[in-house]
Ligand binder design. Structure first.
Ligand code: ADP
Length: 414
């Protein structure tokens, strides 16, 4: 029991099912049983699914899609209401569970313990431990232990389900927020541009009508053309404004500690790293190194690269799950920030187009992250590139100008 409870407490969500099946087998073997199973049901009225099974080698498997409700509805309701059933021989099955008794007399087992499984304060299913070769006694102490085991299974399943639900919500949120930003942007852009375009069209349409009537009125035509010119300028101004929104202005740039900047990003991603079982390692040397840049934009760069690294590891389902963020001096006056992952490397299909817009291999990808990152880095005078790691995965590196370079240069000259 001690080992089982330790195993159920520490097993990661992804491996809960495998671990439960393993323990179902261990328990059944220790008790010399023939076939055991765990059933789950999402809610009343839903079918009951066989989710975990163990059987003695050479013992017949469960029929596919076995739904106990079809064979013994009354008994299923009884167990799902939280009542256990144990019998040492079929005649011990309570008369009110007539449907189970009929089934057991025909198909077995000769002895069984069926225990409701609780999870998150409700019965989420049941476990059955069956002996088919002979009758069997179920001493109270053994039943207590079985009940405790099933409770541990139930809470592990409950933990797995809530973790999966959180993961699904997080992914949805991330995708939704990206989509929202994009669709907002596109909507306001088309609204702003369509309006002057409409005016230009109607003015030029007017001029065309005047000319086609063979009776041009120069003053009117000129007015319409001038108005179209104004609107064209307005449209160009809107486009310029939108572009400058995404340009990186020197005025936000200050000298900032690269170590602090990386720490901020690490704080933002530790939750995600834990959820994805990835070790995030930081190596900053020297930690006090200062660079010139826009803190928010540079955080965005590191964040993009780290999230891509996480995705690469998750996608490859790598056994080694480590991301290393490193800061190290580059050529004189520059510092390099690199993010290495242990993923499967860059897909050959996109390798030559990584920094182009909308190039993605991900189901929910936008294919903008690397483009934005590179444009920010270049706005700071640096470069961004990717290299395959010698063993596994990829390293993305970008360079930034060091803040104290003039002083360093001066002291060297001195
Ligand atoms: P997105 O992440 O939305 O796909 P990005 O521009 O950030 O957009 O990345 C473009 C593509 O580059 C990704 O879809 C992926 O195929 C590839 N890529 C980026 N980072 C990595 C990485 N660390 N390892 C492997 N492939 C990567």
């Amino acid at each position: 029991m001690g080992e089982l409870s330790a195993a159920m407490a520490r097993v990661p969500a992804d491996e809960v099912d495998r671990e439960i099946e393993l323990w179902l087998g261990r328990i059944s073997q220790a008790l010399d049983l023939d076939r055991s199973a765990i059933y789950e049901r999402d809610s009343a009225g839903q079918p009951v699914r066989v989710t975990h099974t163990w059987r003695r080698p050479d013992f017949p498997a469960f029929p596919r899609n076995f739904d106990p409700v079809k064979f013994f509805q009354v008994t299923v309701d009884w167990v799902m209401a939280g009542n256990p059933i144990t019998f040492s021989r079929p005649t011990e099955i309570p008369p009110k569970l007539e449907d189970a008794r009929r089934f057991v007399e025909r198909w077995g087992p000769k002895a069984s313990a069926v225990i409701p499984m609780w999870g998150g304060g409700r019965v989420i299913g049941a476990a059955s431990f069956g002996k088919f070769r002979s009758a069997r006694q179920w001493p109270p102490e053994l039943l207590d232990h079985l009940a405790l085991s099933v409770r541990l299974f139930g809470s592990a399943i409950e933990r797995k389900q809530s973790e999966m639900a959180i993961r699904a919500v997080r992914t949805e949120l991330r995708v939704a927020s990206r989509r929202n930003v994009m669709s907002e942007l596109v909507a306001s852009l088309s609204h702003e541009i369509n309006q002057p375009l409409g005016a230009i069209l109607s003015n030029l349409g007017g001029v065309a009508r005047l000319l086609s009537q063979g009776n041009p009125q120069p003053a009117m035509a000129l007015e319409a053309v001038n108005s179209a010119i104004d609107d064209t300028k307005r449209t160009a101004e809107i486009v310029r404004r939108i572009r400058s929104m995404f340009k990186h202005h020197a005025e936000h740039k200050t000298a900032l500690g690269i170590g602090t900047l990386i720490d901020e990003v690490v704080k933002l991603t530790t939750g995600e790293a834990a959820l994805r079982k990835i070790a995030l390692q930081v190596e900053v040397s020297p930690a006090a190194q200062r660079v010139i840049g826009d803190s928010i934009q540079l955080q965005q760069c590191v964040l993009n690269l780290v999230m891509n690294a996480f995705d690469a590891i998750a996608e490859a389902n790598s056994a080694r799950r480590a991301v290393i963020v490193k800061v190290a001096p580059e050529k004189t006056g520059w510092v390099g920030v690199s993010v290495s992952d242990s993923g499967a490397g860059i897909a050959p299909a996109v390798a030559s187009r990584l920094f182009e817009p909308f190039v993605t291999t991900k189901k929910d990808g936008m294919g903008l992250g690397l483009l934005v990152t590179r444009s920010i880095v270049e706005g700071h005078g640096g470069r961004l590139w990717a290299t395959p790691n010698p063993d596994q995965g990829t390293t993305f590196t970008f360079t930034l100008p060091v803040a104290d370079r003039k002083r360093v240069g001066a002291s060297r000259r001195a």
